[in-house]
Design a protein around this ligand. Sequence first.
Ligand code: PLP
Length: 375
Amino acid sequence: MELFDVYPLYPIEPVSGKGNYVYDAAGQEYLDLYGGHAVISIGHAHPHYVDAISKQVSALGFYSNSVENSLQKEFAQRLGKACGYEDYSLFLCNSGAEANENAIKLASFHLGKEKVLAFSHAFHGRTSGAVAATDNPKIVSPFNRTANVEFVPLNDLQAVEEKLEEGGFCAVLVEGIQGVAGIQMPTDDFLRGLRELTKKYGVSLILDEIQSGYGRTGEFFAHQWAGIEPDIITVAKGIANGFPMGGVLIAPHFEAWHGMLGTTFGGNHLACAAALAVLDVIENEKLIKNANMIGEYLISELCKIPGIKEVRGRGLMIGIELDRPVAELRRRLLFEKHIFTGGAGAYTLRLLPALSIGRKEADCSLVAFKELINE
Ligand SMILES: Cc1ncc(COP(=O)(O)O)c(C=O)c1O
């Protein structure tokens, strides 16, 4: 059997990793400025993480959600404290798309309404509801297409209000920072305005923090820079440093009933052990402060490089826009400088390194960018 060929691949195979680096079978070292799509939050093969998962899998890797699992409770409490939402509750699942799927379902159950308002160029995942709220017709199949999702431009509060006035909406769904769209920032004022409008019209505000959350921007969640509290927050990616896991943080006014949401694998023992280890490392090594510090440094230094059209982002979620396609630059960074970066659209390079990246790695990347961008 061959693999179903849906991914364009670089001819490189990392076989091991350590901290901010991965290595191929020949021992070539690569600096990882992409964290495998923003997933690696605490660095590759962190010893505390490896130890926690190894101990858990030798004790109990999985049992179903029909029995007590104190690791889930411990994780919910630790996460609530770490992100400042101690009075919210937590539903655990397995991916970002699944977290958004459940968030939309929850908002719809809560109000008994069917429509979701999303934003131009949004990306929320590839399952039915999540992809319907994703503004990319290429990946939305005829089955997924629905009149239940409408799109308005980001940062346009008037357009939001005109839609909400029409009625029928259960939620407004917005990314903390749009990632796949090329690091497009909702302004703090826009997020505050969204919070006011969703309250005024009685609909839920769902913050998709799957890429922008978990400390990446220098706050636990990107929306915390705007000082707002959404009704529902979705997380995944960095939550378990590569172990597949997603979560939905739910405000106290939502009522749960047995059977409302569910999953076989969500919140399993191994996932919880991984997620607890991630929180340990984020806290012990002060990684959110580090993301803020190194992010600020990188952004200010990148702004000084001639040839870069615009630098967008916060903390370690950075978009570098050029006035020419970035595919060739990404290829040269990888094959000549041995640096992994991401792309977003034709013209934007995306940096999403682990929150543990240091000044040395930042400087080494800046040297490579300077050289290749201006060649
Ligand atoms: C903002 C956002 N939401 C949702 C998703 C989907 O997450 P997953 O691929 O884990 O389903 C992604 C993935 O890139 C994302 O960036």
